[in-house]
Design a protein around this ligand. Structure first.
Ligand SMILES: [Zn+2]
Length: 383
């Protein structure tokens, strides 16, 4: 048992700043108040206590080709099967992929991330490689798999179903790349099988304008609308929303993940985050492919806050932006906690630089400013 004393605690789902002590016992918060005090005392002297970070979208399998393919188009870089990424993945030993994934996971741990949602390539084997690689690392991966049987003009749907069922025995869900690679029949099987098993179905949508227009031409609806109508429960990017796309997202209550730094790197556009928040959508932030971006939420937070006011002409509430990297996953059935009595203890303690704790984190904190990382699953005994 121990007490984190005198912190500025970002409490609950609102991240309301309160001066408080936090008592942790057996990985769980058992008391919170200015006077609560049990076990060893760690006085953090007005440092900020923030829920650990959740990286809503990664591809850590491409960690071994960092910074390759800069300035190439989205499809030349990452589209299966001929993009730079997939060619590299098919021509490298598993050991190289695994070692690079381990380095990335440690990088995320050191940056205050306790969970990440990964689109894992390589079918069942790829999912198993990531599971094994993460085994001794204090981080919780949410692994979404895919299979080559999904692709082609006339996929064998019974093979697709079998592949999905095998994947779902080890993976947390299924995530094909996009509607450019799969048809509606495959999409329907993915979402039905995931729903049946209580797992996550996810897909990239609306990342590029051209994909949105192609979809409108071929299917009379945008990619984003196809994602909603196919009942995927997590849609990634939604960068180039058009028409009533954002309303359909808000109405569907689908889990939206945005990746502003990745979109900027790939020259894909700037997501309408301000409008999303106004419509009541609670997006998650993700850092996307490690080959193009570091999986660092401090960098994602700062870029996101600043690019949105620059491009959309109105300021986002910094508290809303921080929620996208911390507590918003709590609304979508991930095993992510917030800071309150009886919640699992999963938080970071950060240097405090200003009177605004949200801007202190977003504008000023770096990895070196993490003073303590508390993760209920891994370090109950550190104090
Ligand atoms: Zn992605």
């Amino acid at each position: 048992m121990y007490t984190i004393a005198n912190g500025i605690v970002l409490k609950g789902l609102d991240l309301a700043p309160v001066k408080s002590n936090i008592v942790v016992d057996d990985g769980r918060i058992i008391d919170m108040s200015p006077d609560a005090c049990e076990g060893k005392i760690i006085d953090v002297n007005n440092s900020i206590v923030c829920p650990s970070f959740f990286n809503g979208h990664t591809h850590i399998g491409d960690s071994f080709i960092k910074d390759e393919g800069y300035s190439l188009s989205l499809s030349d870089l990452v589209k299966p099967p001929n993009g730079v990424k997939h060619k590299a993945l098919s021509n490298v030993d598993d050991d190289v992929i695994v070692d690079a994934m381990k380095d990335t996971m440690w990088d995320m741990v050191n940056n205050g991330i306790s969970h990440f949602v990964d689109y894992r390539e390589g079918g069942l084997k790829g999912v198993k490689l990531l599971k094994k690689a993460s085994k001794d690392i204090p981080i919780s991966p949410v692994i979404l798999g895919r299979d080559d049987s999904f692709y082609g003009d006339d996929p064998d749907l019974s093979k697709v179903k079998t592949a999905i069922r095998k994947l779902l025995k080890v993976a947390d869900g299924i995530a094909p790349s996009g509607f450019g690679e799969i048809g509606d029949d495959v999409a329907d099987i993915i979402t039905c099988e995931c729903m049946r098993k209580g797992k996550i179905s996810s897909i990239h949508v609306g990342e590029s304008r051209s994909n949105q227009f192609d979809s409108l031409e071929r299917f009379s609806k945008s990619e984003i609308r196809r994602g909603v109508d196919s009942n995927f429960n997590q849609l990634v990017h939604c960068t180039n929303s058009m028409g009533d796309d954002l309303y359909s997202l808000a109405k569907s209550n689908v889990n939206v993940v945005v990746c502003p730094r990745s979109n900027a790197t790939l020259n894909s556009g700037v997501v309408k985050l301000n409008e999303m928040v106004d419509l009541g959508i609670r997006p998650l932030l993700g850092t996307d492919n490690v080959m193009i971006n570091s999986p660092n939420m401090f960098r994602e937070l700062e870029f996101t806050l600043k690019i949105m006011s620059l491009v959309h002409g109105s300021y986002l509430n910094p508290c809303d932006v921080l929620k996208m990297a911390t507590v918003n996953p709590c609304y979508f059935n991930f095993s992510k906690s917030f800071i309150d009595i009886s919640q699992p203890a999963q938080f970071i303690v950060l240097n405090n630089f200003s009177k605004n704790p949200y801007l202190s984190i977003i504008n000023r904190c770096e990895t070196k400013n993490i003073l303590y990382t508390i993760n209920r699953d891994y370090n109950n005994d550190i104090f």
